[in-house]
Write a protein that binds this ligand. Structure first.
Ligand code: ZN
Length: 356
């Protein structure tokens, strides 16, 4: 089936995260009908990640994209040379192009192995998807191309993300009874102000992914006006760049705690972490892209994809694909049909060149 038709078929299937079973079945059948063996990595009784390979040899290249979409499912429609609907650019056109490239290259002689990795649960952090596949199957490869709507540009870096809770515990009591007690809401407010004041002074170096960012996004404490709060929680979101390490960010938080003269020190609890990604411009996979498409824009992506799960185990990773990230996750999600064809053409040449 032609890649545009295949994209349409995939978009017609509702695969909001948690309900990818039907699309997994469709992809499995499509590959098998075209003579490709499918390996399943089961997530629950209906959903699974798919690994499919063609070619053989020392060199290995992974093409990875995701089956799931954000809610709600938006049916397929089309006008002006574009496909509209949930998942058109994020990421079903990429699933379609990778499947067809795998099938086409299975009919040629490759000097290496091309591995398709189709995953669930990307939109909720990838624990059941890319992370699970990489950990459980011990995947090894010389490079991974993660397919996401990058407007046909090549991302060679992405931010690292730290989510953490700052939690202060005080004594709940009538406000008139407090003597030397700490007001944890006031103490936390001092700390939050300090963090916001100091962060841009300390971390302001520009990088491929822009400047690092630090924001307290949730602040919760207290029950009612005349009672001193027993607890105050601030949640922070920090996006760091390849110039900073996670350890430096935590040292900075400790410094601010010390500088704020607090009556109560908070506990700092990490709730999520995605490591930073940076792939060298001299790496083979980057060079292959620039050879095939000399005017390709190299950039750093200011958000997060599954790429870090591959780079974490030593697989150099880049992010590529057609479609625009600023329409993904919106009611207006779409992809330009000609761009699907461009993606497929570039990607196929990159695979052939890398594995020859
Ligand atoms: Zn995506």
């Amino acid at each position: 089936m032609d890649t545009v038709e295949l994209t349409k078929k995939l978009v017609e299937i509702n695969s909001v995260t948690g309900s990818e079973g039907e699309v997994c079945e469709f992809v499995k059948n499509y590959l098998e009908e075209n003579g490709i063996k499918v390996e399943k990595n089961q997530v629950d009784d209906k959903r699974y990640n798919i690994i499919a390979r063609t070619g053989s040899g020392e060199k290995k290249l992974i093409l990875c994209s995701h089956f799931d979409t954000v809610p709600p499912h938006i049916p397929l429609s089309g006008k002006d040379g574009k496909l509209y609907g949930r998942g058109t650019c994020d990421a079903k056109c990429h699933i379609a192009s990778s499947l067809n490239i795998l099938i086409e290259l299975s009919k040629t002689k490759l000097n290496g192995e091309l591995i398709f990795v189709g995953v669930t649960a990307e939109e909720v952090g990838g624990d059941d998807g890319a992370k699970k596949v990489v950990e459980e199957l011990g995947l090894k490869a010389d490079a991974a191309i993660i397919l996401e709507p990058m407007d046909l540009r090549l991302a060679i870096a992405q931010v690292g993300v730290i989510w953490a809770d700052l939690e202060m515990t005080g004594k709940e009591m009538h406000v008139t009874q407090m003597n030397d007690e700490a007001n944890v809401v006031g103490e936390m407010a001092k700390l939050v102000a300090k963090l916001h004041e100091e962060f841009p002074k300390k971390f302001n170096q520009d990088s491929l992914v822009g400047k690092p960012q630090f924001q307290v996004t949730v602040f919760k404490g207290g029950e009612t006006t005349n009672v001193l709060a027993g607890k105050c929680i601030a949640k922070l979101d920090c996006r760091h760049t390849p110039n900073e390490t996670k350890e430096q960010i935590y040292e900075f938080i400790d410094e601010c705690i010390n500088l704020s003269n607090l009556k109560v020190k908070p506990e700092v609890k990490e709730t999520a972490y995605r490591p930073v990604l940076e792939t060298n411009k001299e790496n083979d996979i980057v060079k292959t892209f620039t050879k095939i498409k000399p005017d390709i824009e190299l950039f750093g992506y200011e958000a997060v994809t599954d790429a870090n799960y591959f780079s974490d185990v030593g697989i150099p990773s880049v992010i590529f694909g057609c479609g625009k990230m600023d329409v993904a996750h919106t009611r207006d999600e779409h992809v330009v049909i000609d761009d699907i064809k461009k993606e497929e053409e570039i990607l196929k040449k990159v695979c052939e060149d890398f594995l020859n």
